[in-house]
Design a protein around this ligand. Structure first.
Ligand code: FES
Length: 104
């Protein structure tokens, strides 16, 4: 994958644990999370219906959807409990000099 696919989305100091932020990269609506100092990115839109994951509740490496309380693993996107069955899309993240980049 070329450098052109990496996009700076935030500074590390802007993303706090359990307070994911929403960023837009092209067509992708993305949630950025801080999990114990490591940064991760998933699609911001729940796979069950239309809800924004950044409005949900993060606990460690899990995010709970604000609409019907489906949970996903932030690192893998895996759907963890009903009513969600499809994984969230995850994006590669890298950190350089205090900046967070996402591969889209
Ligand atoms: S919209 Fe997320 S669990 Fe229903």
């Amino acid at each position: 994958m070329s450098e052109a696919n990496w996009h700076r989305v935030a500074a590390t100091g802007e993303v706090f644990e359990e307070e994911p932020i929403r960023v837009q990269v092209g067509e992708e609506d993305i949630a950025i999370y801080n999990v114990a100092g490591d940064f991760h990115a998933t699609s911001n839109i729940c796979t069950h219906a239309y809800a924004s994951m950044v409005d949900g509740f993060q606990e460690g490496d899990e995010i709970e959807c604000p609409l019907h309380e489906g949970k996903f693993n932030i690192k893998t996107g895996e759907a963890l409990c009903a009513p969600v069955t499809d994984a969230l899309k995850v994006f590669e993240v890298r950190v350089e000099d205090g900046d967070i980049f996402v591969q889209v």
